[in-house]
Design a protein around this ligand. Structure first.
Ligand code: NAD
Ligand code: UDX
Length: 468
């Protein structure tokens, strides 16, 4: 197969950056150049602080940058010299036109494809790393073949990324599997083998799966849909737990012991967030609709609908417990990132909670150990509430955030929230002092002993009168 010595990655975001940094780390014989149109992003990758927060990333970048890992805005040159190019640009949900609010916006994929073909003077393997609707590789190939210089050939592979934020480096260093889809021709197989060889530098061969292009593209949407479905299933059950006295953690553990179901990814909570689940399921739903499969579309749409229900259900619980009014009450929001160990706030359930509470005229003080205040303000401004951000206080100290609050609302499962001095916090709060745990990380018994009223998703209040 083609022997790869130079790789280019288009898109220096959450996926392109960490993925290609790990490739550079594990393949010192390959020169990896990551390009982006954002001058600021590239500057941060080169000069720091790194544009994304990800445990272990700094060490990897520190080892390789300037050795065989380069960040640049000189897209043309990087494409020209590479034998293999990852396309790792964003594929957000369309905001207008056909499929608005559902379909993936493929304009960045198309722009990257045209940049590639314009700059290419030799054969290249193009690798779809972005998450795309099934059959996008066909469009990419058609654009390439209709615009290429004579004697320049392209192969297109699909190599979706399965990393999760917060654990990206560990996921990349020891992936469950690597999936590579390619054309079923000799040249297609050759290209597939070239990429297999790169990953074989650190991934056991049996974990590298090769399939046809369409299976690979669809598997990414399928994996995200099935992961999110587990969360919506457990969240649906959490509502039932609250109504019956069952405990969702106990139910999830009992169910998860079945080896066919498995214990992971069954944590109930305020709802899933992040840049992928919501977007990719809607992408799948739109694909089903456009292929005239309305029942299949409806089935997957429910995963998203249940997630919306869970977020507003949590807010309703907060408001009804606070005597049906939060007007001018001070509520501390603990955690703003969509999950722990990331500074990413895309689709964060915390923003939905903030939005609903601002609509009820609450005063919010927000604390997150990693998300920048600038980012929070940008997100909250995007809600376009009449009072803007005037009912918001941003805190760098968690105890300050809780001071004089009527209630604390845990929106992100940061480890530090488990070990706060809750006695001290209780004393500084207005009474009755409430805690709403949207992530099931706190110990209700301990907190109730201190004096808190505690409400946890998927858990009902303890039984107060026992049988005599
Ligand atoms: P991101 O927005 O963080 O990064 C994308 C980058 O591409 C941006 O920096 C943007 O400036 C750049 N870009 C766009 N068009 C360009 C062009 N023509 N030339 C050069 N640069 C260009 O997005 P992300 O989170 O890294 O996601 C990228 C893709 O990976 C998406 O399709 C996403 O669905 C998928 N994905 C994301 C994750 C995740 O955890 N974030 C996981 C798996 C897959
Ligand atoms: C996800 C997929 O896991 C990953 O494979 C894919 O490449 C990108 O999308 P990510 O969104 O980064 O990764 O994080 P993930 O750990 O999947 O969490 C997504 C959301 O689900 C978070 O808001 C998280 O808090 C929530 N979640 C996760 C739960 O509520 N319960 C769980 O049991 C697991």
């Amino acid at each position: 197969p083609t022997h790869i010595t130079k790789v280019c990655c288009i898109g220096a975001g959450y996926v392109g950056g960490p993925t290609c940094a790990v490739i550079a780390d594990r393949c010192p014989h390959i020169k990896v150049t990551i390009v982006d149109i954002s001058v600021e992003r590239i500057r941060l990758w080169n000069e720091g602080p790194l544009p994304i927060y990800e445990p272990g990333l700094e060490e990897v970048v520190g080892r390789c940058r300037g050795r065989n890992l380069f960040f640049t805005t000189d897209v043309t040159r990087a494409i020209e010299e590479a034998e293999l190019i990852f396309v790792s640009v964003n594929t957000p949900t369309k905001t207008s036109g056909l499929g608005a609010g559902m379909a993936a916006d493929l304009k960045y994929i198309e722009a990257a494809t045209r940049m590639i073909v314009d700059a290419s003077t030799s054969n290249k393997i193009i690798v779809e790393k972005s998450t795309v609707p099934c059959r996008t590789a066909q469009s990419i190939l058609t654009i390439l073949e209709n615009n290429c210089r004579p004697n320049v050939c392209f192969q297109v592979l699909s190599n979706p990324e399965f990393l999760a934020e917060g654990t990206a480096i560990a996921d990349l260093q020891a992936p469950d599997r690597i999936l590579i889809g390619g054309m079923n021709s000799p040249a297609g197989k050759d290209a597939q083998e070239a990429l297999v060889k790169i990953y074989s530098n650190w991934v056991p061969r049996k974990r590298i799966i090769t399939t046809n292009l369409w299976s690979s593209e669809l598997s990414k949407l399928a994996a995200n849909a099935m992961l999110a479905q587990r969360i919506s299933s457990v969240n649906a059950l959490s509502a039932l737990c609250e109504a019956t006295g069952a405990d969702i953690d106990e139910v999830a553990t009992a169910v998860g012991w079945d080896t066919r179901i498995g214990p992971n990814f069954l944590k109930a909570g305020v709802g899933f967030g992040g840049s992928c689940f919501h977007k990719d399921i809607l992408n799948l739903v739109y694909l089903c609709e456009s292929l005239n499969l309305p029942e299949v579309a409806h089935y997957w749409k429910q995963v998203v609908d249940l997630n919306e229900y869970q977020k507003t259900r949590f807010v309703r619980k907060i408001i009804s417990n606070l005597f049906h009014t939060v007007s001018n009450k001070r509520i501390a929001i603990l955690g703003f990132a969509f999950k722990k160990n990331t500074g990413d706030t895309r689709e964060t359930p915390a923003l939905t909670v903030v939005d609903c509470l601002l609509a009820e005229d609450a005063q919010l003080s927000i604390y997150d150990p990693v998300v920048s205040h600038e980012q929070m303000l940008e997100d909250i401004s995007s809600l376009r509430r009449p009072n803007g951000t005037s009912n918001i206080t941003l805190n760098t100290d968690v105890y300050e955030a809780c001071k004089e609050a009527d209630a604390l609302v845990v929106c992100t499962e940061w480890d530090q929230f488990k070990t706060l001095d809750y006695k001290r916090i209780y004393q500084s709060m207005r009474k009755p002092a409430f805690i709403f745990d949207g992530r099931l990380i706190l110990d209700p018994i301990e907190l109730r002993q201190i004096g808190f009223s505690v409400e946890i998703i998927g858990k009902s209040q303890p039984i107060t009168s026992a049988w005599k």
